[in-house]
Write a protein that binds this ligand. Structure first.
Ligand code: 5GP
Length: 114
């Protein structure tokens, strides 16, 4: 499962509009944005879905969230508000099987989500 498009982006093998990266996570703009800001935050470690994360990944999951908040600040949407989403498996709409956190903002959000 380490040969997904997102693993290739993290490895620098496929281009992406990268907005943040560190030792543990990489974040880049979604190819098909659903809002003025739509960034995907991924772990460098190729975890397919949230279901596949274990206790050993607890710190990494926290890093994803902290990166999301940092990116929201960077994008200027932290104060007005933004949404973070993880789609887990097909029923939730997951299409790329490398864990990713959507950071979406820059427009009003509806609730409940579709
Ligand atoms: P999912 O539906 O799995 O939660 O989200 C996958 C997201 O990845 C979608 O929003 C889709 O637009 C985005 N995406 C798919 N392929 C690529 C790609 O090659 N590059 C970028 N930047 N985004 C992609």
């Amino acid at each position: 499962m380490s040969d997904t498009i997102f693993a290739k982006i993290a490895a620098g093998e496929i281009p992406a509009d990268i907005v943040y990266r560190d030792e543990h996570v990489v974040a880049f703009r979604d190819l098909n944005p659903q809002a003025p800001t739509h960034v995907l935050v991924i772990p460098r470690k190729p975890i397919p879905t949230l279901n596949d994360a274990g206790p050993e990944d607890a710190e990494l999951l926290g890093r994803l969230m902290l990166a999301a908040a940092k990116i929201a600040e960077q994008e200027g949407i932290a104060a007005e508000g933004y949404r973070t989403v993880i789609n887990c498996n097909a029923g939730a709409g997951q299409t790329v099987y490398h864990l990713h956190l959507h950071v979406i903002g820059g427009r009003p959000m509806q609730w409940p989500p579709g």
